[in-house]
Design a protein around this ligand. Structure first.
Ligand SMILES: [Fe+2]
Length: 241
């Protein structure tokens, strides 16, 4: 339980609750076996490089990079259209303006546009599955895309990843870089997902599941999902890379 009576006086930032983040090593999530540290960690000194950049603005994007649902020629991807909409804030609810958000995902058949994805599932020539957006002064962002399909993880005993979206965010600086995934509410595969359940804290786990929100959808065109993201701090969105 977060104690809101605590003051931030003399604090540079709130530390996250350890149980809100997955351990570096989650054996059921095979990537962590390779990438988790096996030597003691130490803190890097903070310099201007880490605390003041990189800086992004809307001008760094090509128009319509937020829209994954059509290719560069305007041809439509196959799948159920959806809007992903939300706000990025810091640990105290202040907007994280000019945050670059990179989104990548599988197509509607659960196949990635990637050489490593050799599964026997159809590709979609009109869907690369990658987009970018930069938050405005209120920390607001919006993507238009198609709902990704579930996919089986090879040699895993028929373990299927639930539909999910991958996100990378740069906040005010490299210090607030975040890589995570978000999920769809009510999907039965969520309960079986090793990555989602690598997060020990139940409330923190819930913060990785989008909210169905017709208000942010497009009438008779696209379903709407809301996903608010907190960079760092006690209410930080868990980082599940
Ligand atoms: Fe994935």
């Amino acid at each position: 339980m977060i104690d809101d009576t605590e003051t931030q006086e003399n604090r540079e930032y709130w530390e996250y609750e350890p149980s809100s983040q997955p351990p570096y090593l989650t054996p059921n999530y095979k990537s962590t076996v390779i990438r988790s540290p096996n030597k003691p960690q130490y803190k890097l000194p903070r310099t201007l490089t880490e605390t003041t950049g990189p800086l992004f603005t809307q001008d760094d994007l090509v128009a319509d990079e937020y829209d994954l649902s059509v290719n560069a020629k305007g041809d439509a991807a196959i799948g159920s259209l959806m809007v992903m909409d939300g706000f990025v804030t810091d640990e105290d609810g202040r907007p994280a303006a000019n945050t670059l958000i990179e989104l990548w995902q599988a197509n509607s058949a659960g196949k990635y546009h990637h050489l490593m994805d050799t599964r026997d599932a159809p590709g979609d020539p009109n869907f690369i599955g990658a987009g970018r957006a930069v938050t405005d002064s209120e920390g607001h962002y919006r993507f238009m895309t198609i709902k990704p399909g579930a996919y089986p993880v090879p040699n895993s005993g028929n373990y299927w990843r639930p539909p999910h979206l991958h996100l990378s965010l740069f906040g005010r600086s490299f210090m607030s870089r975040m890589i995570t995934q978000c999920y769809f509410p009510g999907d039965p595969l969520n309960e079986l997902d090793h990555i989602l359940h690598g997060v020990p804290d139940v409330d923190a786990k819930e913060r990785l599941i989008m909210t169905f929100d017709p208000v942010v959808g497009v009438h008779e065109h696209a379903l709407g999902y809301r996903f608010d993201i907190v960079l760092r701090g006690r209410r930080a969105t868990p980082m599940v890379g």
